[in-house]
Every structure is written in C-alpha cells, then in structure tokens.
Ligand binder design. Structure first.
Ligand SMILES: *Cc1c(COP(=O)(O)O)cnc(C)c1O
Length: 201
C-alpha cells in the first residue's frame, strides 16, 4: 500500500496543541478559516499548512503562497482568483479541486460533470498546479461514503490520463476521509486524510 499523508485539522485547538503535535511528529496541519490559518502558519512557518475551508475571493491573499496545498477550490471563479494572485506574487499555488460526490445541496464542490470544464480552464492558468481532487462524504453513511470515495478515484484516474500532457495538471492526490470515515477512504485509495476530532481527544 502506498503512503497516506495525515493532515491534522487544528481548527478546534490552539497553538499549544499544535506545538505538542509537532513534537509528536506531525508536520501537516489543516485550517478552514483564513484568520486562524494565518495566525497558526505564522507561528509555525516550518510546517506544511493546508487550507481546507470554503473560499471567499477577498480572502485569497491570506493563504496563497502560505498554503502547501489548497484543498477546497470549488468554483472556476475561485480557481481564477487564486491563479491571478499567485502569478502576481511570482509563484505557483498547488491546489485540489473539490468535487461534490454526494450530491448534497449543503456541500461545496464542482459537480462531477463540471470537472472537465474546470480542468480545461486550469490548463490556461499558469498560477495554479492541480495536484488532485478532494471530497467530503455524507456523514454517518458508510455505504454512501465508500461510493463517493470510489467515484472520486475513478474521476482522478480518468482525467489524469486525459490531461497527462498538461504541464500544470498532475492529478495524483485524493484528499478524502475524516475522523468517521478515514478507514474507508484509505481502502478506496486516499493519498491524504484530513482528521480533526480523533486526534485531539
Ligand atoms: C473539520 C474538517 C475536517 C476534520 O473533521 P473531523 O470530523 O474532525 O475529523 C476535515 N475536512 C474538512 C474540510 C473540515 O472542515
């Protein structure tokens, strides 16, 4: 089995807990609010910080160039805004495209059917590199979660092949699985799991 990166989602804890986690060997952290992302990243700039929250275009400057990976790009508008900001700063921002696999209206993400157009748009944006895909599964429904995770893997495999000549589209990573369902996600090929509650208990 290949390696899985654990992103410790630190949104509910403070700097002391993050420090303890670093001492215990964790070096990837996730935040979903730009203010806390900035604060914690500035406190521990040597660690890898992942932005996993919904993206407001006026807050993009808070994480572009500071995030090792932005997991939650859920619209072409956000993708373009990130690329613009990164290009202005002379860097390339690594991102994942979030896909709404469960179809729940409450969830962010591209519809699976819109992913091709988003990737096509990304090809023309030198400020971003699409490293892979991310999804959030339905809660407390292991059967539905497995279906979402397997579906995300199939999308990645299909588009990785289709876009293999695009130099800023890599489509390697699958960011899927949280405290309740990371075991299923790993079975279905997750390369990154984002875990909060079960780490900080
Ligand atoms: C909070 C959060 C997580 C972690 O959830 P837990 O259930 O606490 O493991 C993972 N991903 C995202 C996008 C989150 O907002």
């Amino acid at each position: 089995m290949s390696d899985v990166t654990l992103v410790a989602v630190s949104k509910t804890v403070g700097l002391e807990e993050v420090k303890a986690a670093i001492s215990a060997g964790i070096h990837d952290f996730g935040e979903n609010r730009t203010v806390l992302f900035k604060e914690k990243q500035a406190a521990f700039p040597g660690e890898s910080w992942h932005f996993i929250g919904s993206i407001q275009t006026n807050k993009i400057k808070d994480f572009v160039g500071r995030a090792a990976l932005v997991h939650s790009v859920a619209s072409e508008r956000a993708l373009i805004a990130i690329a613009k900001r990164a290009e202005a700063a002379g860097l390339v921002q690594s991102v994942l495209l979030e896909v709404n696999m469960s179809g729940e209206a409450s969830k962010d993400g591209f519809a699976a059917g819109d992913l091709d157009a988003a990737l096509e748009a990304a090809c023309a944006l030198g400020g971003v590199r699409v490293e892979g895909l991310m999804t959030m599964a339905a809660r407390e429904n292991p059967t539905a979660a497995r279906k979402s995770f397997a579906g995300l893997r199939e999308l990645r495999d299909r588009y990785r092949n289709m876009y293999k000549s695009a130099k800023n589209i890599r489509l390697i990573e699958l960011s899927m699985g949280m405290s309740d369902d990371y075991g299923i996600a790993i079975e279905e090929g997750a390369t990154i799991v984002r875990i909060g509650r079960s780490i900080w208990l």
